[in-house]
Design a protein around this ligand. Structure first.
Ligand code: HEM
Length: 184
C-alpha cells in the first residue's frame, strides 16, 4: 500500500527530527539538573544551538502532527482500525493460545496501539509549551512547568524503546517481506 509507506516514511523522518532537535533544546537547559545537569552527547542533537534546535523542532512538528492526523482519517475511513489495533481477541490469545505466531501478532498490535496515545501526548504537552499564553490550562493539567517538561521529555525514551520493539515484532510477525513492504 503506497499510502501506508508514505505515512511510515513521514513518521520516521519527522520523529527522528523531533527527537534530535528536542535533545538540542534540552541541552540548553536540561530538565534533569538544570544548566550543570545531565547533557546529551552532541552527536545525537540537531540544530547546533538552542534557536537552531527550536527551528527544526517547530518545522517538523507540522509534518509530524499533520501526518498523524491524516493517518487517523485514513485508518478510520478505510476501516483499517478494525484489525490494526488491539482487540479482545488479542487479550484472549495472550491468556490462552499455545501458538507462538498468534502471540507475536497480539503483542505487535498491543505495542502498535499503545504508541498512539504517547504520540498524542507529545503533541498535547508540546502545544502547552509552544503556546502557554493561549493554552494555560494545558500547563495547569500537569501542575507545573517542570512536570510538563518531564512528561514531554518522556516521549524520547518511550519512542526509542518503541522503535526497537516494534521493528523486532514486525520482523517476527512477517519477516523480511513485511518489513521491506513498509518501506519500498
Ligand atoms: C515524538 C515527538 C516529540 C519528541 C520526541 C519531542 C522531544 C522534545 C524534547 C526532548 C524537548 C526538550 C524538553 C526540555 O528540555 O524542556 C522538547 C521541547 C519542546 N517541544 Fe517537543 N518533542 C516532540 C513533539 C513535539 C510536538 C508535536 C510539539 C508541538 C506541538 C513540540 C513542542 C515542543 C516545545 C514548544 C518545546 C520547548 C521549546 C523551548 O523550551 O524552547 N514537541 N521536545
Amino acid at each position: 500500500m503506497l499510502a501506508a509507506k508514505i505515512f511510515h516514511w513521514v513518521n520516521i523522518v519527522s520523529i527522528f527530527v523531533m527527537l534530535t532537535s528536542g535533545l538540542q533544546i534540552y541541552n540548553a537547559n536540561p530538565v534533569f539538573g538544570g544548566r550543570g545537569g545531565l547533557h546529551i552527547f552532541p552527536l545525537f542533537t540537531l540544530g547546533g544551538w538552542l534557536a537552531g534546535g527550536r527551528h527544526w523542532h517547530f518545522a517538523a512538528m507540522w509534518a509530524f502532527s499533520l501526518n498523524l492526523f491524516w493517518y487517523g482519517i485514513y485508518v478510520f475511513v478505510t476501516r483499517r482500525w478494525q484489525h490494526k489495533f488491539v482487540g479482545a481477541n488479542d487479550i484472549k490469545a495472550l491468556q490462552k493460545t499455545q501458538n507462538p505466531k498468534r502471540l507475536v501478532y497480539a503483542w505487535h498490535r498491543i505495542v502498535y496501539t499503545s504508541i498512539i496515545p504517547i504520540l498524542l501526548l507529545s503533541i498535547f504537552t508540546g502545544m502547552g509549551m509552544y503556546k502557554p499564553a493561549q493554552f494555560p490550562w494545558i500547563v495547569e493539567c500537569f501542575g507545573s512547568w517542570q512536570a510538563l517538561r518531564i512528561v514531554h521529555f518522556s516521549s524520547v525514551p518511550i519512542v526509542i524503546i518503541f522503535v526497537l520493539i516494534h521493528s523486532f515484532l514486525g520482523w517476527k510477525a512477517g519477516g523480511e517481506k513485511l518489513t521491506e513492504s513498509m518501506f519500498w
